[in-house]
Design a protein around this ligand. Structure first.
Ligand SMILES: Cc1ncc(COP(=O)(O)O)c(C=O)c1O
Length: 441
């Protein structure tokens, strides 16, 4: 009994000490931002990072009924806001023999870029699933890449170990005072560039970006609403806030890989609790649609993690401010071209602009030509055709065909099917009912 009581006491004390350490570090961020240190960080960050534009979006404004603008941080050097935090952090180190980071890509690219600019060798631990483009970019910026484990969290642990072994400085992706102050510089730009700022919508992974932005925004203009967005497959903050401390979320794979952080930071969790007005969660499908929407309408390449704010607005998870401007932060643009193409294709299908169908034709000369002529007359553009003879019930003189075609939309797709049926073809649509939600990809 006595030893159980002693253990309980020890556990309680260490939990309280943990809380105290967390709170102190978070309080230090609050104090430094209050003392204007984000402004000092800005002088350093401006030496390397771009001041990215804030773009108005008429269609988002019309759709949502507010004045909506986009902070195009996807156009930042290295492709994401991470350069701000990395540049500031490395500038604060005293002649390190090297820097080490663990990252799914964006932080790694930023650390490699900032390290090279400051003449410091850099190593980055990346998960095996990291986007090919991100791995290549880290290497192009002179970083040495080690593939280490499944998750970002595992890579961060590896990086920390490596730093301990080699004496290099470990650069945390979000749970670090100087990284947060670097990210805060984005908030300073918003305060200057959007004088009627009423709301800012920010993607949330480990919480460094939103802590920095919220810190400067709430310090200067407490009435501005700060809303964080997580993706359903990795909504770690909600759970940790509910449970009163950082806990590990049972994450699923997501196209928003940049924000797939399973455990909020010890510093960022109390900051989010203090400064963020609302946290919302979006679905995979909404993120994919937002990426395509940004590509088509705003001509912006934005990765999944960077597009969650637009997804939240589209899905009605966030309502923009009635008065003043609402800014959505597009936090990054690093996405593999192949993934973007797959998402765009899927969107065409969902929007009814891609029709896939199966039918049977006569296995005689001219059978396929007749079918293609019918499709052409109905205005469909065939992009792929395959003969299918295996595992389908066919008459001896028949063959199956699978056809993929571009159409003008759902109505046009239906009319093409109707024309083919009227011409005597029996048609089965293969494109309906596709969804990525709930899949563990
Ligand atoms: C594109 C992108 N957006 C947003 C975030 C979220 O940043 P943070 O981890 O500081 O919350 C990240 C990284 O985590 C990211 O790569």
């Amino acid at each position: 009994m006595a030893s159980a009581a002693a253990k309980l006491l020890t556990d309680t004390v260490s939990r309280l000490m943990g809380t105290t350490t967390r709170t102190n570090a978070a309080d230090l961020v609050v104090a430094k931002i209050g003392a204007g240190e984000a402004q000092a960080a800005r002088d350093v960050v401006a030496g390397l990072a771009r001041r990215t534009p804030v773009l108005s979006s008429r269609s988002l404004s019309e759709q949502s009924g507010g004045n909506v603008m986009l902070k195009a941080e996807n156009l930042q050097r290295t492709g994401s806001f991470k350069l701000r935090g990395a540049t500031h952090k490395i500038s604060r180190l005293e002649k390190p023999p090297g820097v080490v980071a663990g990252s799914a890509g964006n932080h790694g690219q930023a650390v490699a870029y900032a390290a090279r600019a400051q003449g410091v060798p850099c190593e980055v631990f990346m998960p095996s699933e990291a986007a090919v483009a991100k791995v290549a970019a880290v290497e192009a910026f002179g970083g040495v890449v080690h593939v280490a484990g499944e998750s970002v969290d595992a890579c961060v642990d590896e990086a920390r170990r490596r730093a301990r072994d080699t004496g290099a400085a470990f650069v945390h992706p979000f749970d670090d005072l100087d990284v947060i102050l670097g990210q805060a510089t984005l908030g300073l730009e918003l305060l200057e560039d959007v004088p009627d700022l009423a709301m800012v919508i920010v993607p949330v992974g480990g919480g460094g970006l939103i802590s920095g932005i919220a810190g400067v925004v709430k310090t200067e203009r407490p009435e501005v609403r700060v809303v964080g967005v997580q993706v359903e497959a990795c909504a770690a903050f909600e759970q940790s806030l509910r449970e009163g401390g950082p806990t590990t979320f049972q994450a699923r794979a997501t196209i928003a890989d940049g924000i797939a952080i399973k455990r909020p930071g010890d510093i960022t969790l109390p900051l989010v609790e203090r400064w963020v007005d609302e946290l919302v969660v979006v679905r995979e499908d909404d993120v994919a649609e937002a990426m395509v929407w940004l590509l088509e309408r705003s001509k912006l390449v934005v990765e999944g993690g960077g597009a969650v704010g637009v997804a939240a607005l589209h899905a009605g998870e966030v309502v923009p401010a009635e008065r003043g401007s609402t800014v959505i932060v597009l936090s990054g643009g690093n996405v593999d071209a192949g993934l973007l193409a797959a998402i765009a294709h899927r969107h065409e299908t969902t929007a009814g602009r891609r029709l896939r169908l199966f039918t049977r034709i006569s296995d005689r000369p001219g059978g396929l030509a007749r079918l293609l002529t019918e499709i052409a007359q109905a205005g469909g553009n065939v992009v792929h055709a395959d003969h299918v003879r295996e595992a389908v019930p066919l008459h001896v003189r028949e063959t199956g065909v699978e056809i993929a075609l571009e159409t003008r939309g759902a109505e046009h797709s239906r009319s093409i099917v109707a024309s083919l049926e009227a011409a005597g073809y029996s048609v089965r649509r293969l494109d309906e009912g596709s969804s990525t939600d709930g899949e563990d990809r």
